[in-house]
Write a protein that binds this ligand. Structure first.
Ligand SMILES: [Fe+2]
Length: 678
């Protein structure tokens, strides 16, 4: 099925059904249910017979019919994506069961939240959805039992038939859950449109939305300056903090302001000389943060700004301190607001407002750039190119395909129900959706492959050394995973490529490189001439699809579901002066429709953990291991070495988490999915 047909079939509020056309896709093509994971022993193209070479080229040609590039997606202009949604890209039974389990919790919470906000008037309207939800729970429980039967039955044919039926029924159930959510949101928007919404919203208004879902711990740190600083190194977006060697002219903070903010005799010049100053600059948001706000049909007028924030390490300190925030790019119209103690009431609330401005900008930057652009969309380019240029039994195909599992499918949903007008992105993010589409596309096309490798990225931002920035849990854990992946890639490649000449002589590999750089538009991707370079490239592909996505995806359900701390939109403009009140801060809290859409959608994204790192399984029933070459799987071989390394990292991170300011669980190997699938 063409993906743009899928898109055209569901936009607007009706597209909030999570799987608007899934059943149509599934019925349009037979499911590959009985395919085993067996492939012949992986081989390089230059090392096969002439007959095998012909077979190999035919296999590649077949895949090129299924995986076709397009950069004409209306919601992601210019981004190279798969034009089609091949049947084998549909989710597995295991993924569906996991996602449906989370979906049932979400609908239950949504019904409670709508009843809370809408009052008694909506109760009757929700009763039929409540009945459907009870039925969904029963169906899920029965499906889980049937899945066990399909996996353990003695007759493979019967098992496959059972799996086929399950796949169809679970897809229908998932679609049904989406429809329930859509119906509940419609009840809410209708109720709110007919009632007065002038009541003052406070954090308690949002606390009350957590009915079946637990309110996250971040709620206990609402105005906490230490947590605000920590989020830059251990929150959803740990990718922007940059060391500075000079104060930017567009952020003219003075020494007096610095000393007052931190109540210190330390000086700005000493902090600069000691490499103890760091900055966040949200300039890249551009048109996503328009002056004057953006008016939307369902959520009213909302605001996003592009602030600049300064952080410092006081002499001898291990943890960052927030210093000051400028709520826009122009210092002439945006005064620098310094950190202020609670005793100074009016300045204190201006400071709280400024922190909300930063977290709102961070929310937008995170979702469009760090999350969507630099993980989901980057992996799709590698997925398409791998299918199109490497034979199914090429060693790199065998290794990499499990790292792409689910990516095209979830990106399809992103294009349809996040990036389309009046769907989740439009509801949740404050700026114009067209600006978000263009900005996400621009950021994806600027993804510079070699410069994004973790050690290079940390060095480029001046935060590589623990002597410069002692507390940076994302960095410390990411480098452990990076090294394990690099070792795994090196050992794996060494089995098949006996020399650098084997790399240079691999015609499929060189075609793959060309395809990624040209059709895939991966900036900086260049010819691969050595085994060590190839290992770096493969490690980066695996890291991006697994660990990097995990680090930016799963904090969504821990931090970004709590709107008083993190929201994609503010309901009032940023502060224009240095004085404010608590009521002014309350006025920033988001519109209830936006808030409810945000918390439920991000809870889903941050709660589905599927197939952890180290597992290599087929996406087709019976989901067998895809690594079957004894040279890889033998005891003590590359795979067991890799898994042992992951086990050691798990223990090391768990130990580190006992002494960190806050535990950082997102890069525990057991919590990193192999692929970007949610
Ligand atoms: Fe994601």
């Amino acid at each position: 099925m063409r993906r743009r047909e899928f898109l055209a079939a569901g936009t607007g509020l009706s597209a909030l059904s999570v799987f608007p056309n899934l059943s149509k896709i599934a019925s349009a093509a037979s499911m590959p249910l009985t395919t085993t994971a067996t492939v012949s022993v992986p081989t390089l193209p230059q090392k096969v017979s002439i007959i095998d070479a012909v077979t190999r080229r035919a296999a590649i040609a077949s895949m090129q019919l299924q995986y076709v590039w397009t950069d004409q997606f209306p919601t992601l202009p210019g981004v190279p994506l798969s034009a089609l949604l091949p049947t084998q890209e549909l989710p597995t039974i295991e993924w569906l069961i996991g996602a449906i389990s989370v979906g049932i919790t979400i609908v239950a919470n949504l019904l409670g939240a709508v009843a809370t906000v809408g009052g008694q008037a909506v109760g009757a309207q929700l009763s039929s959805i409540n009945s459907q939800l009870a039925s969904a729970r029963t169906t899920l429980a029965a499906s889980q039992s049937l899945f066990v039967q399909a996996q353990t039955g003695s007759d493979a044919t019967v098992n496959a038939l059972l799996a086929g039926q399950l796949q169809t029924s679970l897809q229908a159930l998932f679609t049904q859950l989406g429809t329930m959510g859509e119906s509940a949101l419609t009840v809410l928007t209708t109720a709110l449109s007919s009632t007065s919404t002038t009541a003052t919203r406070t954090p308690a208004s949002y606390d009350a939305l957590f009915t079946a879902i637990s309110r996250p711990e971040i709620a206990g740190y609402l105005h906490d300056d230490a947590m605000f600083a920590y989020l830059r190194v251990g929150g959803p977006n740990p990718m922007l903090l940059t060391s500075i060697s000079a104060i930017p002219t567009k952020f003219p903070i003075t020494n007096a302001q610095y000393q007052a903010a931190l109540n210190t005799t330390d000086t700005l010049s000493a902090a600069l000389a000691g490499k103890r100053l760091f900055i966040l600059d949200y300039v890249e948001l551009g048109a996503m943060a328009p002056a004057g706000g953006t008016s939307k049909t369902l959520t009213g007028t909302g605001y996003v700004a592009a602030p600049i924030a300064l952080f410092a390490l006081l002499p001898g300190a291990a943890t960052l301190s927030a210093v000051a925030i400028q709520c826009g790019q122009n210092p002439a119209t945006n005064p620098i607001i310094c950190r202020t103690a609670a005793s100074s009431s009016q300045a204190y609330w201006a400071w709280q407002m400024a922190k909300t401005v930063v977290n709102t900008a961070d929310f937008n930057y995170h979702e469009m750039f760090v999350h969507l652009g630099r993980t989901h969309l980057v992996s799709e380019a590698f997925c398409v190119a791998t299918h199109r240029q490497l034979a199914p039994n090429h060693p790199l195909s065998v290794l990499l395909l499990p790292h792409y599992e689910g990516d095209i499918f979830i990106n399809e949903l992103a294009a349809a129900i996040i990036m389309s007008p009046d769907t989740f992105g439009d509801l949740i993010l404050g700026g114009p959706i067209a600006a978000a589409q263009q900005a996400a596309a621009r950021d994806r096309l600027a993804f510079d492959f070699y410069n994004q490798m973790p050690p290079v990225d940390f060095a480029n931002r001046g935060v590589a050394s623990s002597s410069v920035l002692p507390e940076y849990p994302y960095r410390d854990d990411a480098l452990l995973i990076w090294q394990a992946l690099l070792d795994w890639a090196t050992n794996y490649i060494g089995v098949y490529y006996k020399s650098d000449a084997d790399v240079v002589g691999d015609g499929e590999l060189s075609a793959w490189v060309t395809e990624i750089a040209s059709s895939g538009k991966i900036l900086g991707f260049r010819p691969i001439t050595s085994r060590s370079q190839l290992a770096q490239v493969v490690a980066m592909i695996m890291f991006t699809a697994s660990a990097q996505h995990a680090a930016v995806n799963f904090p969504q359900s821990q931090f970004m579901v709590y709107q008083p701390v993190y929201s994609g939109v503010m309901n009032a403009p940023p502060p224009s002066g240095l004085s404010a009140s608590q009521q002014n801060w309350n006025a920033l809290l988001p519109n209830m429709v936006a808030a409810i859409a945000q918390m439920h959608f991000l809870y889903l994204l941050g709660s589905v953990h599927y197939r952890s790192l180290g597992n290599y399984q087929s996406a087709n029933f019976a989901y067998l291991s895809t690594l079957t070459d004894p040279a890889i799987t033998a005891t003590g071989g590359p795979l067991s070495q890799y898994r042992a390394a992951l086990t050691a990292i798990e223990a090391k991170i768990n130990a580190a988490n006992t002494t960190r300011s806050y535990p950082y669980p997102y890069l525990l190997p057991s919590r990193i999915p192999t692929s970007t699938n949610i």
